[in-house]
Write a protein that binds this ligand. Structure first.
Ligand SMILES: [Zn+2]
Length: 74
């Protein structure tokens, strides 16, 4: 099974989602969720592979939807 990197979701005021991928080296790499695809090869500044597999992208999308829903409540 492919190891998937740890990541967080940031929403800007227009609800555009940014995926913040945390590498083991401590560096964070930011990508717009809309620009990510499962076959994208992403690498950290340290050279580590931080590509997000389709399952991780699905999870990112679901987390984004949940965040948007919670923002509308408050
Ligand atoms: Zn790194």
């Amino acid at each position: 099974m492919m190891k998937s990197p740890r990541f967080d979701i940031d929403l800007d005021k227009h609800y555009n989602a940014t995926v913040v991928i945390a590498c083991d080296c401590g560096h964070e790499t930011r990508h717009h969720l809309a620009s990510l695809h499962p076959d994208n090869k992403l690498s950290c500044a340290c050279g580590a592979d931080i590509s997000l597999p389709a399952t991780a992208l699905d999870m990112a999308q679901r987390r984004t939807d949940a965040l948007k829903a919670s923002y509308r409540v408050h």
